[in-house]
Design a binder for this molecule. Structure first.
Ligand SMILES: Cc1cc2nc3c(=O)[nH]c(=O)nc-3n(C[C@H](O)[C@H](O)[C@H](O)COP(=O)(O)O)c2cc1C
Length: 157
């Protein structure tokens, strides 16, 4: 299979962009940019995201009890870039407040889900992490969109 063509074709599916967050006992508060977030179930309330097996934080995210998902607004593309850098996942205090279970919650996020880890499944070169949502909140704003390998806004032509 042509992996580049496959990646490019996957990029034809427009997604939002989120920060997955965790408060780790050893590493402290962490945030990582992801676009693999998806809803799964209403009853029980489940969501998922997937983490690449090569991530420095694989163990942290697959073994944590609680994590957060903060959905980015269109003005927050800079934060997406910041928390996608290898070695740059320390959740800075100026960007976050405490979520319902003590996880970092992005200040001014479009939405936030506070999750308890429900299951972790192998998924090829990723692990699929399913979370049970225990608290959530949202605001009215315009989401950041990721499409075709770049950031877009719903207000783009
Ligand atoms: C828009 C965007 C979406 C991303 N989505 C994911 C994702 O769903 N899962 C993932 O493991 N990494 C994703 N990444 C990469 C991570 O943000 C980060 O770069 C990667 O985890 C770096 O490796 P580290 O965890 O070893 O620091 C994404 C990056 C960007 C810019």
């Amino acid at each position: 299979m042509d992996v580049n063509a496959f990646r490019q074709t996957l990029g034809q599916f427009a997604t939002g962009v989120c920060l997955v967050t965790v408060s780790d006992r050893e590493r402290g508060p962490l945030a990582t940019t992801v676009n693999s977030f998806s809803s799964v179930s209403l009853d029980p309330p489940l969501v998922l995201w997937s983490i690449q097996n090569s991530s420095d934080h694989l163990k942290t995210y697959t073994e944590c009890q609680h994590f957060g998902i903060s959905v980015l607004r269109e003005e927050q593309a800079g934060l997406s870039g910041h928390y996608a850098k290898r070695g740059g996942h320390e959740a800075l205090p100026e960007h976050f407040t405490a979520g319902a279970q003590g996880e970092p919650q992005l200040i001014d996020a479009l939405a936030h889900f506070s999750c308890s880890t429900f299951a972790v499944y192998p998924g090829g070169d990723h692990q699929i992490i399913v979370g049970e949502v225990v608290a959530f909140e949202s605001t009215d704003a315009v989401p950041l969109i990721f499409f075709g390998g770049g950031y877009r806004s719903l207000s783009d032509q």
